[in-house]
Design a protein around this ligand. Structure first.
Ligand code: ADP
Length: 190
């Protein structure tokens, strides 16, 4: 079965960790817009230079930049058998854009998994990650801004996908293995 999946959830909910595990288990590529942006910043590409100032401030990169990048990625052959999108869509405009991209490929989404975690937990996790990995946007002020932007712009997507019958809510608090098992169970139940 092809699986075309979206992973939603606040920064620090564990999307990246779970995306990597689910990608292996389900045999589909995990596509993380945050990772693609970060590698472009590191390689100093034109895309990276356009995106960096937004990322450093905890703001979303403008939709037209992000949409073009995702469209190009979904056109690559490995996405034809399914994919797990991590960090996209993040705005209602991106939702519409993704639907259009998939319609162009004669495909549609199978499920949207929302990993839930309280703000206090995610702030502590991200501050811990800052100490370990030194990601440029893991400072206290920028973390709080990312959460604010998430609640304003991305949290409404869960309601949207719930209305379409695609949403599976999964508790993101627990061990990495437990959370993966919950996601797989939620997907199998659908
Ligand atoms: P997190 O979910 O922990 O905030 P990500 O690695 O997913 O981090 O994203 C890091 C940054 O990359 C975001 O704060 C934003 O600037 C940019 N970004 C990633 N995905 C998108 C998107 N779909 N739309 C706009 N900006 C994005």
């Amino acid at each position: 079965m092809t699986s075309r999946l979206v992973l939603l959830g606040p920064p620090g909910a564990g999307k990246g960790t779970q995306a990597a595990r689910l990608s292996t288990q389900l045999g589909i590529p995990a596509i993380s817009t945050g990772d693609i942006f970060r590698s472009n910043v590191a390689e100093r590409t034109e895309l990276g230079q356009r995106a960096q100032r937004y990322m450093d401030a905890g703001e979303y990169v403008p939709d037209e930049i992000t949409n073009d990048m995702v469209r190009a990625r979904l056109a690559q052959p490995d996405s034809a058998q399914g994919f797990l999108l991590d960090g996209y869509p993040r705005t209602l405009d991106q939702v519409a854009e993704l639907d259009a991209m998939l319609a162009g490929l004669d495909a549609r989404l199978d499920a949207v998994v929302e990993l839930t975690a309280d703000d206090e937990v995610v702030v502590q996790r991200l501050l811990g990650r800052a100490a370990e990995q030194g990601r440029a946007d893991d400072t206290d002020v920028v973390i709080r801004r990312r959460l604010e932007v998430y609640h304003e712009q991305t949290a409404p997507l869960a309601e949207h996908y719930a209305t379409r019958g695609l949403l599976r809510r999964v508790d993101g608090i627990g061990s990495v293995e437990e959370v993966t098992a919950r996601v797989l169970a939620a997907l199998n139940a659908s």
